[in-house]
Design a protein around this ligand. Structure first.
Ligand SMILES: Nc1ncnc2c1ncn2[C@@H]1O[C@H](COP(=O)(O)OP(=O)(O)OP(=O)(O)O)[C@@H](O)[C@H]1O
Ligand SMILES: [Mg+2]
Length: 1136
């Protein structure tokens, strides 16, 4: 938290965790139990077991209860979720322990070890495998060819390989480790695995030659016998496991949930991964076959009390397998060579016959020796393969040792196994306490040490030299009575006054165990018989000879190390190694004896809780303080509980993390004796205090959650509204983009030949086409009127606009008159109040090169049209498009056209800088303005497409809609026509008219309510709702407000006009005097030839057009007519 000194700030608050975490049962860290009793621990573990939470912490110690089922908690996703996470951030898991060990190694540059303890079947081996998998997954992979992934593969492959050769089915565990294993993964300075070493402890060799009922030999024998390749079967005479006494005598050939054939394939695969050659594999299999066949050698008593081999064929085959002399094999099994010595000198050598039980012991001894050596060879071979590729800087060790064992009859093996477990328990106690002590000293915290059971006394009882412990007594007994095992056992019995064959158990930390002395000394001696060594060394098989490398003639004066010497030595070596690393602990618990996934045997678990010393563990952990956390982490968790350290997008505390902790404690009113501040960590004495803080935090989150929910709902409402707005805008924009393309096309057609008005070039007006809304579908609208009157029918209108049309007059020169121009797919329509010219077949266009809007449309067999159209470029574009490019533009300052008598006439255009707006002068010379006449360059919209602003529920203003797509040719259609034209397609026109988009007819926007009359104080200033009035314009007055503003109607639109600018127009003559409009020309497009209906249409059109016309208003009965004062000559009806 400290800002100064460049120290890292805590990560920002993460709200996502609560959504993903599963609800945990009980407490996940038992240091937070309010009552520390074995029962409370048992209850907590039980609750969690039934909730499928098999892992629980005591501080940094992981308690793991075997679930006996697949919980799906070892997936790659789960693995990933623990990567780079603090132990407290995720629920307890074996991956968290592995993560902690790996990150500590990388961060603090210290070797680590994980000590896994617990009784047989509690889950040690499974935990060890998960740790290896985790480390392999998260540790670096090195560059190509670095061999790091090869090392990882080999480390993982050691599991199936050593399980096959070192595990067996026992009554307690179907995959019981019958040896201890310490795997050290070596890492370089960058935290990449570069090698590994396995140290192997005390293989239970006795299992090779016999097992108790319903147990099995090592898995490999069943795998081999069941699934060996045909080649091996032929070469080594292998058949099913039922054929061999060593595998069948205990009456268990198969194990539920173990597939020997599949496991055999995994074993072979592992051998290949590790790099064990085919020859070496053959050697291994030869040894396995030899042991199986040796077990089938039976003896009968011969006449001299010695033993004879029942079936010499078997020894012959054994000799074949050993590649040794058959006689030598028989002799090694039935006789024993004894050499006398006198005064340190070698004496005579005798062959002593063995009785049948001795012969069986000799046979079994040879089998055990071969298997023991084979196992050691495999471990050594694996170590060679995994040798570090580069200098190793650190290690992570994983200790998976056989669990504490109590049988009905406990012998030398159980003593050794329990001794090693005793040593581990001692390390655990010492290191745990030591670490705790060191932490308090380091953090300068006062604390009171707590008493704990130190099992050193039991370790001393077994291993001490003086007074002699059990191992020393055993060695002495072996030395004094070396020739006779029974005498040696008796000697041991006398030495051990505390033990006897009958009672006096050893009080181990995990329970009292009574050991049987009979046979102990012999097992302790574990001496390889000279005959057996001779036999193996005489073998022609290279592999067998490598298993027995020692010289035949050893110095007989030096006592070879006994088995107890070896186990004591390796246990102490192990302790030294473990002490050099930072330990992590996993204490496994077996919930029941039946391998049941649902049974939680309270009695059994309580027993384990007791002997594992979990209570003491918690007490030690809580000796001073139940909870400790680094300042930064503490602040990260509880910053919200103080307004001074709170959060506003970022932490607001500007001091260091230590003072923030003090602030939080003070602001939460935690009693001073309940907390202490160390040098790097904050300590809380009782768990209740921590819970109080947690509760405060929980409540804060709850309140915050409600606020966030409210804010979120408001945000979502706004978001949806805004999204709708964007959608509307985008739809319009998309359409507009296409329209702009049409506009660009128009510019291209002009081809730089005509001067453009400045604002035409920089404007963003799009070509919307139907400005009069002729395509509008609203019934009774002007569009409908024009359509009906002109007989346009259903044909789509491409362009419509108001224009000025040069109208010839009788005896006088032509003048421009307002008209409406409509362009359909085939025809031009020029409409006035009276439709006098329709269905014009046009051929070409001509324009001046200047900025004027005059355009000559050359017609076929008719006088040409001379019009002024402000949207001339668009008109050109449309005509060009619908004629498939046939319509060409001529640009010339002198344009010739056919006048009403079809005689050629010329108009000459000249530039005149004096004039500001275009005019049409009499004669044929037209001066053209230079500056832009139009100032409004906004996008022109068709007149009918007026919509009212509407408020949405999200307070977002809706804009006026763009012209309806359905009311005009879509820009895509126009573009398509051009494309077709470019492609020269003859049927381009037909294909250029896709079916109109299906759109629901849009509801007519509601009429805008009339604006209130403007304030009388500003009569002369037109308000935005008033007309920008023009001279000589006629309005229909709808309402006269006494404040002087009248409501006028023109061109279908209403507006407020100052009344003092208006003059009444004379009342029109009666309709009877009005000349009837001439009948329309026959409609060549749709064959509509008029009639009464057509006459009606004409009348309505006349009225509608007149209402839009600036100067030509037909009379309507009762209509108030007012006209602006005009100084121009009044317009005449000029069409003849
Ligand atoms: N975490 C686990 N999830 C699922 N099943 C498990 C788990 N741990 C152990 N088991 C089951 O329990 C069996 C015994 O576990 P494991 O072999 O690890 O015991 P162990 O403590 O190594 O015993 P031993 O001391 O006899 O070697 C496993 O074969 C497996 O079926
Ligand atoms: Mg195991």
């Amino acid at each position: 938290m400290a800002r100064g000194g460049g120290s890292k700030r805590p990560a920002k608050a993460d709200w996502s965790e609560s959504a993903t975490k599963k609800k945990q049962a009980g407490v996940s860290d038992m240091t937070l139990l309010s009552k520390i009793t074995n029962d409370a621990i048992n209850d907590n573990l039980k609750k969690r077991f039934h909730n499928a939470d098999i892992y629980t912490y005591i501080g940094n110690v992981l308690i793991s209860v075997n679930p006996f089922r697949d919980l799906g908690i070892y997936t790659p996703q789960v693995l990933k979720s623990y990567e780079n996470k603090n132990r407290m951030e995720q629920p307890p898991h074996v991956y968290a322990i592995a993560e902690g060990a790996f990150r500590n190694m990388v961060s603090y540059r210290e070797s680590q070890c994980v000590i896994i303890s617990g009784e047989s079947g509690a889950g040690k081996t499974e935990a060890a495998k998960k740790i290896m998998e985790y480390i392999a997954a998260v540790s670096g992979s090195g560059g190509a060819g670095s061999g790091i992934s090869g090392i990882k593969d080999m480390v993982l492959a050691t599991n199936p390989l050593l399980e096959s050769f070192g595990c067996a089915k026992t009554l307690r565990n179907n995959n019981s480790s019958r040896h201890g294993k310490y795997l050290e993964i070596q890492f370089n300075a960058g935290g990449e695995p570069v090698g590994a070493i396995i140290t192997n402890y005390l293989l239970e060799k006795n299992r090779v030659v016999g097992q108790i009922k319903n147990e099995r030999n090592f898995h490999i024998f069943y795998q081999f016998a069941k699934a060996a390749s045909q080649e091996y079967r032929d070469m080594f005479g292998v058949s099913g496991p039922e054929s061999y006494l060593y595998t069948s005598a205990a009456g268990c050939l198969d194990v539920p949930n173990i597939d020997d054939a599949k496991d055999y394939a995994d074993t072979i695969k592992a051998m290949n991964t590790i790099g064990i050659t085919k020859d070496e594999q053959a050697g291994i299999h030869r040894m396995l076959a030899t042991i199986l066949w040796l077990g089938n050698v039976q003896f009968t008593e011969d006449d001299d009390g010695g033993s004879a081999i029942t079936d010499p064929n078997i020894t012959q085959f054994v000799a074949y397998l050993l590649e040794a002399n058959q006689d030598m094999v028989s002799k090694a099994l039935t006789k024993r060579t004894i050499e006398t010595s006198r005064g340190g000198r070698r004496g005579s050598v005798y062959d002593v016959p063995l009785n049948t039980s001795q012969a069986r012991a000799a046979r079994d001894g040879l089998s055990k020796a071969i298997y023991g050596r084979l196992f050691d060879w495999i471990v050594a071979r694996v170590n060679t393969a995994m040798q570090a590729r580069e200098a190793a800087s650190y290690i992570i060790g994983v200790l998976d040792i056989y669990g504490f064992e109590i049988f009905q009859s406990n012998s030398f093996e159980q003593l050794c196994i329990n001794y090693v477990n005793e040593k581990l328990q001692q390390i655990f106690i010492e290191l745990t306490l030591k670490a705790e002590q060191e932490e308090y000293v380091r953090e300068q915290i006062r604390w009171t040490p707590i008493d704990y059971f130190n099992n050193k006394i039991v370790c001393d009882l077994i291993e001490a030299k003086r007074p002699p412990g059990v191992f020393a007594a055993m060695n002495d007994a072996c030395a004094t009575a070396h020739a006779d095992p029974k005498a040696a056992d008796n000697s041991l019995s006398q030495r051990l006054t505390i033990c006897s064959t009958a009672a006096s158990p050893v009080k181990h930390y995990a329970g009292d165990v009574t050991y049987t002395i009979s046979g102990m000394t012999d097992k302790n001696k574990d001496q390889l018989l000279r005959d057996h060594l001779e036999l193996c060394k005489s073998s022609g098989n290279q592999f067998l000879r490598t298993l027995f490398p020692e010289p035949l003639d050893q110095d007989s004066k030096k006592r070879p190390p006994t088995a107890s010497d070896l186990i004591k030595g390796s246990a102490n070596e192990l302790v030294t190694k473990l002490m050099q690393s930072q330990p992590s602990y996993i204490r496994t618990i077996k919930p029941n004896e039946n391998k049941s996934p649902s049974e939680f045997d309270d009695k059994r678990v309580l027993h384990q809780v007791k002997y594992l010393g979990l209570c003491e563990n918690i007490r030690i952990r809580r000796a001073g303080f139940a909870y400790r956390q680094t300042f930064e982490k503490f602040v990260e968790r509880f910053y919200l509980l103080s307004s001074a350290t709170s959060y506003a997008g970022d932490y607001i505390w500007t001091g260091d993390a230590k003072s923030a902790c003090v602030q939080i404690f003070k602001d939460t009113n935690i009693a001073a004796e309940e907390w202490q501040i160390g040098t790097t960590k904050a300590f809380i004495r009782h768990p209740e205090t921590l819970w109080a803080l947690e509760n405060l935090r929980e409540r804060y989150w709850h309140n915050m959650a409600s606020r966030i929910q409210r804010a979120w709902r408001a945000h979502m409402a706004f978001k949806h509204t805004a999204a709708r707005k964007i959608q509307r805008f985008w739809l319009g924009k998309k359409e507009a983009l296409e329209l702009l393309k049409v506009r660009e096309k128009g510019h291209d057609l002009l081809g730089g030949r005509k001067e453009r008005r400045r604002l035409s070039l920089i404007s963003v007006r799009v070509f919307a086409g139907d400005y009069l809304g002729v395509n509008s579908s609203s019934a009774g609208g002007i569009g409908q009127l024009i359509r009906d009157a002109a007989g346009i029918g259903k044909e789509k209108v491409k362009f419509s606009s108001d224009i000025q049309c040069l109208v010839p007059r009788s005896m006088r020169s032509a003048i421009p008159m307002p008209r409406s121009l409509v362009v359909s797919g085939q025809y031009l329509y020029v409409l006035s109040a009276i439709v006098s010219q329709g269905l014009l077949q046009y051929s070409d266009l001509a324009m001046s090169p200047y900025q004027d809007g005059w355009t000559v449309i050359h017609l076929e067999s008719q006088p040409d049209l001379v019009i002024e159209c402000e949207l001339k470029t668009e008109l050109l574009t449309v005509l060009n498009a619908i004629s498939n490019g046939r319509i060409k533009l001529q640009v010339n300052s002198t344009i010739e056209y056919k006048n009403k008598k079809l005689k050629p006439t010329q108009i000459k255009f000249v530039k005149n800088e004096q004039i500001k707006r275009p005019q049409f002068l009499k004669k044929t010379v037209q001066p053209t303005a230079i500056s832009a006449a139009r100032t409004n360059v906004q996008r022109t919209k068709p007149k009918p497409a007026v919509s009212v602003p509407a408020r949405t529920n999200g307070n977002v203003q809706r804009q006026t809609s763009p012209p309806r797509q359905s009311q005009r040719d879509s820009p895509q259609q126009i573009m398509q026509q051009w494309n077709n034209q470019a492609a020269g397609s003859s049927n381009a026109r037909a294909s250029a008219s896709p079916a109109p988009r299906q759109q629901a007819p849009r509801q007519q926007a509601p009429r805008r309510p009339r604006p209130p009359p403007p304030p009388p104080a500003a009569p002369g200033v037109p308000t935005p709702a008033s007309w920008a009035w023009r001279r000589t314009v006629v309005y229909e007055i709808l309402d006269k407000n006494p404040n002087g503003w009248w409501l006028g109607l023109r061109g279908g639109l209403e507006g407020w006009i100052p009344s003092n600018y208006l003059n009444p127009t004379p009342e029109p003559e009666a309709p009877a005097h009005q000349a009837a409009p001439p009948p329309p020309r026959p409609n060549m497009a749709n064959g509509n030839s008029g009639g009464a209906h057509q006459g009606d249409n004409m009348a309505r059109l006349a009225a509608a057009l007149a209402s839009r016309s600036a100067s030509n208003i037909p009379a309507r009965p009762g209509m108030n007519r007012f006209q602006q004062q005009q100084d121009d000559e009044s317009d005449e009806e000029a069409w003849d």
